[in-house]
Ligand binder design. Structure first.
Ligand SMILES: Nc1ncnc2c1ncn2[C@@H]1O[C@H](COP(=O)(O)OP(=O)(O)OP(=O)(O)O)[C@@H](O)[C@H]1O
Length: 263
């Protein structure tokens, strides 16, 4: 045992711990997104390249060599959204405040989306968490009003001048309405989803926000998080899913704070 300590320097241990931490964070960032398939694709290509080298298949080797020589560029293009998200996570400090969401605020959102879904009124509600959404807040009409179901419902009424676009809420306040959100470029999104759902997925790919979407076409209520859209079949599922994220604080979050508190 002592030999082991003599062999390794303390810097090696720190080095291994930091690399393990970074790999864990990377995996939790791409988990559940299409990047997993792309990463697998790159790994398979690298294996095929190694096999071609061993078996001396010169044409295949030449082809893959040319492809893999631009690997840095390929990784940046393929994983640009994940890189953006990872850098946002790195920029967070342990002292950054977590947007606390009270039971009451969730209840206001749940009641309003249920009301809207029943009447076939589309809605897109963004719940801000640790990543600041200032850029998107500024694309809409700033409200900074108390979060109530009545106000949320009024905003999404088709006669309201604010009904187009998304509403951003945070810390018990409706921050803004009529926001333009980035559309997801994910080619694997089900074709039945239009721009409202794509905008929700797009924002969740770039930030840690949780988005609740009401479809005016199908009356479905969905929760979008980390680029993944989950349709909520009933009220119980909707309540449990939102409570799990905000009240019980389950599920992967990528902040430094959650890394320490999770253990
Ligand atoms: N980039 C965007 N950011 C925010 N909201 C958007 C954006 N693009 C479209 N929307 C909203 O989505 C509405 C159009 O929804 P559309 O029918 O295309 O999508 P959908 O996903 O099929 O939704 P639904 O199931 O409700 O029909 C627009 O009226 C607007 O309110």
């Amino acid at each position: 045992m002592m030999d082991l300590f003599n062999y390794y320097r303390w810097q090696d241990i720190v080095d291994i711990l930091v690399v393990a931490f970074v790999i864990n964070q990377l995996i939790s960032i791409i988990r559940g997104t299409r990047s997993v398939q792309m990463a697998l694709g790159l790994i398979i290509l690298s294996i095929v390249y190694s096999l071609a080298k061993v078996l001396d298949l010169s044409t295949l080797m030449w082809l893959l060599q040319n492809f893999l020589s631009s690997i840095l560029l390929i990784v940046i293009i393929v994983f640009q959204q994940d890189i953006r998200r990872a850098l946002t996570q790195v920029g967070k400090t342990p002292f950054q405040k977590d947007m606390d969401f009270a039971d009451k605020d969730l209840d206001e959102i749940i009641r309003s989306v249920q009301y809207l879904a029943k009447r076939r009124i589309g809605a897109l509600i963004v719940i801000e968490r640790e990543t600041g959404l200032r850029d998107f807040v500024e694309s809409g009409i700033e409200l900074d009003a108390r979060l109530t179901r009545e106000l949320l419902i009024s905003i999404f009424m088709p006669v309201s001048p604010l009904h187009d676009g998304g509403v951003i809420v945070g810390n018990g306040r409706i921050l803004t309405a009529g926001c333009i959100l980035p559309l997801s470029q994910n080619p694997f999104i089900n074709k039945r989803y239009g721009t409202r759902h794509r905008a929700a997925i797009g924002l969740s790919e770039e930030t840690d926000a949780v988005i609740v979407v009401v479809s005016e076409e199908t009356q479905e209520i969905s929760i979008v998080k980390n680029g993944v859209l989950t349709t909520q079949p009933d009220e119980i599922n909707l309540i449990n899913s939102l409570r799990a994220i905000f009240i019980e604080k389950e599920g992967p979050s990528h902040s430094w704070k959650s890394w320490f508190s999770k253990k």
